[in-house]
Design a binder for this molecule. Structure first.
Ligand code: AN0
Ligand code: CP
Length: 317
């Protein structure tokens, strides 16, 4: 694996899931594979889970790890080409990428949607420059349009907890006070669409995701019908995708919060969220603290998804 930015990079999902099971059962089986190999994790945005789980995965493989928070101590980076650099940015990404790449063997990048230009976000201008100019295997730790390590961990978790062969998986929008990217729901949809699950998306009118990610998934605007019989309820907030309101919040309708009343419509559904989650905005205390909440197990599987990706990248070095 030379790059991991989307579901296609994972290869056939049955094989990816088998690798995940292998890694989970025996996390130190490949502890020599990463000897004298360095992972550089570059964060343009905050993180708890991605930072810790990816570092743990690298340590399980015997790698050395360097973490750089671009916004804390590094030079401010210019990312636009051809500009006169007379502002507050001291260094251009065109030098910074090959320099950073010279210090490591594998690069992980976190760079969220900026909401300044939909074209820049959906063309992944930051992540694609790392792929183009680093000469090293690059993986996404959540980019502008996708969060593949999260979606892979979500798939692993659903496979572990499903009680029927073909579960109904509901992705529901939920309210949040700040505008959030579409990366997590886009990516979740992209991965779910590669399975044979019954995959349903529900959200208020105006929050339609890009058709490139929704594909043939059922979009159900009747929230009760959407919840009915669901085996998994995956909550996430996202901001508007469609023009002219790209990146904005249309409403924070609290009635969309995942609560016990809605969960009672389901087939004892498990509750999932990528975290961090705002309690009593996205989900009620009762649901997230209840026996069907698997958010911590889901987060724990982030080590597994990261370790599969790093292992397969190490094998190509
Ligand atoms: C981010 C998002 O919605 O993309 C990261 C989630 C993993 N969430 C927040 O910024 C709260
Ligand atoms: N789910 C997730 O990626 O969490 P962090 O933003 O804390 O890394």
């Amino acid at each position: 694996m030379k790059k991991f930015t989307c579901v296609q990079d994972a290869g056939p999902l049955d094989i990816a899931l088998a690798m995940a099971a292998e890694v989970k059962a025996n996390p130190f089986a490949d502890s020599h594979l990463g000897k004298n190999k360095t992972l550089l994790m570059i964060f343009f945005d905050s993180s708890l889970r991605t930072r810790l789980s990816t570092q743990k995965a690298a340590m399980n493989l015997g790698m050395n790890v360097i973490v750089l928070d671009i916004n804390q101590g590094a030079w401010k980076l210019e990312t636009e080409k051809g500009v006169i650099m007379d502002g507050d940015k001291s260094e251009h990404i065109l030098e910074a990428i090959p320099v950073m790449a010279s210090y490591c063997n594998i690069i992980g990048v976190r760079s969220f949607a900026r909401f300044e230009s939909k074209a820049n976000d959906y063309n992944e201008v930051i992540l694609s420059q790392f792929i183009k100019y680093s000469g090293k295997p690059v993986f996404s730790m959540e980019a502008a349009t996708r969060h593949p390590l999260q979606s892979f961990a979500d798939l692993i978790t659903i496979e572990e907890y499903k009680t029927v062969a073909r579960p109904k998986v509901l992705l529901t929008w939920a309210p949040h006070p700040k505008a959030l990217p579409q990366a997590v729901p886009n990516s979740f949809a992209e991965w779910m669409n590669e399975t044979d699950y019954e995959f349903v998306i529900t959200h208020p009118k105006g929050y339609e995701l890009s058709p490139d990610f929704v594909k043939n998934a059922k979009v159900e605007y009747d929230i009760e019908a959407a919840y009915k019989g669901a085996d998994f309820v995956y909550a996430k907030n996202w901001s508007v995708f469609s023009d002219p309101n790209y990146g904005q919040i249309l409403n924070i309708d609290r009635s969309w919060m995942v609560d016990s009343r809605k969960m009672q419509l389901t087939n004892n559904a498990k509750f999932m969220h990528c975290l961090p989650v705002r309690r009593n905005m996205i989900v009620s205390d009762e649901v997230i603290d209840g026996p069907d909440s698997i958010v911590v197990q889901e987060a724990a599987n982030r080590v597994v998804s990261a370790q599969v990706v790093l292992r397969e990248m190490l094998k190509t070095l």
